[in-house]
Design a protein. Structure first.
Length: 370
């Protein structure tokens, strides 16, 4: 049996501590803390998870910020995308543009071909991938026409600003109207037709033309709103017989409405005349309307009524000349008709003076009979 040897080793009392060893305040050496591989792996994994959680939190915060910014821009109509034409519908709002052929559409198409679309249309997303047009009916029509004519895929999609869901129907109408209200090429008849359609729509808040005009054209002046109401009344009287109402100037439309309101028979007579003539151009229709006004004081006849036989009994007439301070007046009177003619431009005379003179003329005739 071997003996166990014991060696005595004397360490210096002031010898430096080994690297990594710690000493207490009393000078006693503390044992070095040691971790096993498992503890190290757990610590490193925890630190990685903590860093990942912090990164994910930053990403979520950034996503929230971007989402709020997207919604804000969408509400302002500043989010633009290129949408397929077939996904844009125009059924939700009654347009304030006439559906007749637009003579200026060719100019818009030429501009789009040369420089593209400068002002995107505005749409509301009704369901995923489907949109309703709010603003830009002419621009959408131009893109559709270009794609149909050329087959170019660059016209198959149109730049469109996306409006956030949830806006009221009244708000969408205001968006459409206000854009066109500042343009000078939209007619009073088109604005009046929109007011009539708005008043008839059960989903809108206005039930009368007065309320519809007040809501849709709140941005317009009081006088302009009055004109729109008069045109709406004109369309209610003869709108179904008109083919080109958007071509009626303001002054002519207001005078027509005034004359038709004086006698309910006149509206039926004018409608019959328009339907019988069936004008194929705006100029021809305007000529008929002007002729009606010039003849409004005459006896209303049916458009297909046969002319009276000048040789039949009861067609006696009286012809005379009368000298007045401004010249000689030639007068011809017959049953139901009287004509005055002289070398003078009566169209230059104020309308109210003419009315006063005619009233005085017939008052004098009635006085003579008494």
């Amino acid at each position: 049996m071997s003996k166990r040897r014991v060696f005595d080793i004397d360490f210096p009392t002031n010898a430096p501590s080994p690297s990594g060893a710690k000493q207490s305040d009393s000078g006693a050496k503390e044992p070095e803390s040691r971790r096993g591989p498992m503890a190290t792996a757990i610590t490193e994994n925890a630190e990685a998870l903590r860093a990942r959680a912090e990164a994910e939190q930053c990403i979520r915060a950034e996503n929230d910020r971007l989402a709020h910014e997207f919604v804000r821009l969408k509400k302002l109509g500043l989010v633009v995308d290129r949408l397929p034409l077939e996904r844009v519908e125009t059924s939700k709002l009654v347009r304030d543009r006439s559906v007749a052929v637009d003579p200026d559409l060719e100019e818009l198409k030429a501009s789009i071909r040369e420089i593209g679309l400068s002002n995107p249309i505005r749409v509301e997303e009704t369901e995923p991938g489907r949109y309703q047009l709010v603003q830009g009916f002419r621009r959408l029509s131009a893109y559709r026409a270009l794609f149909e004519e050329t087959g170019d895929e660059s016209y198959a999609r149109i730049p469109a600003g996306l409006i956030a869901r949830g806006e009221t129907l009244q708000g969408l109408y205001r968006r459409m109207v206000d854009e066109n209200l500042v343009r000078r090429d939209i007619s009073f008849a088109e604005m009046a037709q929109l007011a009539l359609s708005y008043a008839r729509d059960p989903e809108t808040v206005g039930n009368t033309v007065e309320e519809a005009v007040g809501h849709l054209y709140a941005s317009a002046g009081r006088q302009k709103r009055s004109y729109i109401r008069h045109f709406a009344e004109l369309l209610e009287l003869i709108g179904e017989a008109l083919r080109f109402p958007e071509a009626i100037p303001r002054a002519l439309g207001l005078e027509l409405k005034r004359r038709l309101a004086e006698d309910v028979k006149r509206a039926a007579h004018l409608s019959a005349v328009l339907q019988h003539a069936a004008p194929d151009t705006a100029a021809a229709e305007l000529t008929l309307l002007k002729e009606f006004l010039s003849n409004v004081g005459r006896e209303i006849k049916e458009p297909n009524a046969a002319p009276r036989n000048s040789g039949s009994k009861g067609t006696a007439k009286t012809t005379l000349r009368c000298n007045v301070p401004t010249g000689t007046v030639r007068c011809q009177a017959r049953d139901g008709r009287i004509e005055l003619a002289m070398e003078r431009d009566f169209s230059a005379v104020d309308r109210f003076r003419l009315e006063a003179a005619i009233t005085a003329f017939f008052a004098a005739l009635e006085g003579d009979e008494d």
